[in-house]
Design a protein around this ligand. Structure first.
Ligand code: 5GP
Length: 200
């Protein structure tokens, strides 16, 4: 009889304030770790230039989003600066069941809900090197009006208060370095004794 060792797949939740560079870090991480399965969220926000339906988000009307909620198709959801965002259940459950890791890039409200349902997930908060960097980065991105910029900065201040709910904090001083730190965290988490599964 031969025993095989393997570790189960788990959820990797990445949060951080608007403008911190979550999207860029996630893209770099997915390139470096193609085995990570990225969960595409549903949102009622309007697509930004270059965003593709089904790739960046599943773009939904408010009605469609509410129908998904009623059908319990989302494992978590939140309202963020006037729009709804949520994580489709089926993809996450099926991917985890197949033994793979799933990467979620979601806000702190969503991360809180995920933690209740998936306590074995890992929760990473991405921080900017300084608070001033946030505002500069959002302005440079050129996607916000004065009002939505102010709302996003307010939301960021609220998000910082929830940092204690996370397991790890990563400073995004350079995308490559931040990506390396997250890779190390994921690799170390795979080596935890409590994630070991033995199969015959
Ligand atoms: P953005 O509009 O800049 O793409 O995203 C705004 C915020 O919503 C970000 O903090 C992003 O991480 C978060 N977000 C994106 N998808 C989801 C989701 O499925 N659930 C939750 N709770 N937040 C999400």
């Amino acid at each position: 009889m031969k025993a095989h060792y393997q570790t189960q797949g788990f959820l990797i939740v990445l949060s951080g304030p608007s403008g911190v560079g979550k999207g860029t870090v996630c893209a770099a991480l997915r390139k470096e770790m193609p085995e990570l399965c990225y969960s595409v969220s549903a949102t009622t926000r309007q697509p930004r230039a270059g965003e593709i339906d089904g790739v960046n988000y599943f773009f939904k009307t408010v009605e469609e989003f509410k129908e998904m909620l009623e059908r319990e198709e989302l494992i978590e959801w939140a309202q963020y600066v006037g729009n709804y965002y949520g994580t489709p259940r089926r993809f996450v459950e099926e991917t985890l069941a197949s033994g793979k890791d799933v990467l979620l890039e979601i806000d702190v409200q969503g991360a809180h809900q995920v933690k209740q349902r998936f306590p074995h997930g890992i929760f990473i908060f991405l921080l900017p090197p300084t608070l001033e960097d946030l505002k500069d980065r959002i302005i440079k991105r050129g996607t916000e009006t004065k009002t939505t910029l102010a709302h996003r900065l307010n939301a960021a201040a609220e998000e910082f208060k929830q940092i204690h709910e996370y397991d790890y904090v990563v400073i995004n001083d350079e995308v490559e370095k931040a990506c390396d730190r997250i890779k190390s965290i994921i690799k170390a988490e795979h080596c935890r004794v409590d994630r070991l599964v033995m199969t015959e």
